[in-house]
Design a protein around this ligand. Sequence first.
Ligand SMILES: [Mg+2]
Length: 365
Amino acid sequence: MKITKVESFILHVPLNPPITDAINSPTHWGLPGVRIFTDEGIVGYGYTGTCAYGDKLITDTIDDYYAPVLMGKDPFQVKEIWDELRFGQMHWIGRAGVTHMALAAVDIALWDIMSKAANKPLWQYLGGHKSNGIKAYNTNGGWLNWTKERLLQDISSYVEEGFTGVKMKVGKPNTQEDYDRVKAVRELIGNEIILMIDVNQQWNINTAMTWGKKLEEFDLFWLEEPLNPDDILGHKKLADELNVPIALGEHVYHKYAFRDYIHNGAVEYVQVDCTRVGGITEWLQVAGLAAAYDLPVVPHVGDMGQIHQHLVGATQNAIMLEYIPWIRDIFVEPTTVKNGYYVLPEMPGASTEVIPQYFEKYRVK
Ligand SMILES: [Mg+2]
């Protein structure tokens, strides 16, 4: 099989209503990505996710630097291609961020092609074993801009739908308000439902130590991204001193940084995101690294669940997956959660293919 055409795209899908966490207030979810065409008629779809800012930097990288390398290659040489792109012309100016997100889009499209050619959903192509589905937790009721009333109402409705885990955002200017909201949610859902909180990097070490200790009383399943994601030592200190496990990974861009987090005992729940970490090829390596330390992997989603359901479905130490159904409706085979469990896809490929009507409707030209 040979690659015959590489075509980048940008989709901006509106969020209704717009949401906020401690650092972003997106009105749209951005999908800068790529369609890779082959001489056997199979087309692979890959993309990364953004708050709809900076998307053209990602597609310019694909168009100007990655596409010329891809032309004529066999998609089944994915690992060789990955190395060639990673250590190619863009290595000097970007080994994380924009270039790794562009690499992720390409890599995902290649895995989509390979699993389509094998006529299997990606999770089966990867040797997946979780045919009974995978546990989902819901983040979509816990946004920072929700009033306390809406927060309680939404979280209550997700628990009624069958979710046994929920996550809420914290990081308000007044941390006492965060504390009061977490307390209200815990009182609402009782002790059987697992509860996670996500700071989105808003705290410094002193705030995290002080409020992390106070919040221990609510039996949190994890404390997510309390500090700047480059601060491995700060997270290690929190991991050592708090009785709440640390979760992070959505802003960690390659396996070397994960190695340092994991080896230093600075993270317990590894939230590696294949759309940030250079794709499925690197994601599998990070998941293997975590397995060697007996650490659970729970990928960041925000809404990249289409791809991650396959990876969790094929990885022994991946225990659960976030659910944020912002853009599921645009896909040919959208994610489906029933009674708190993802039902794994049946169609061949990575579930990244967009319905043509929505591809045109949301395309930014
Ligand atoms: Mg997060």
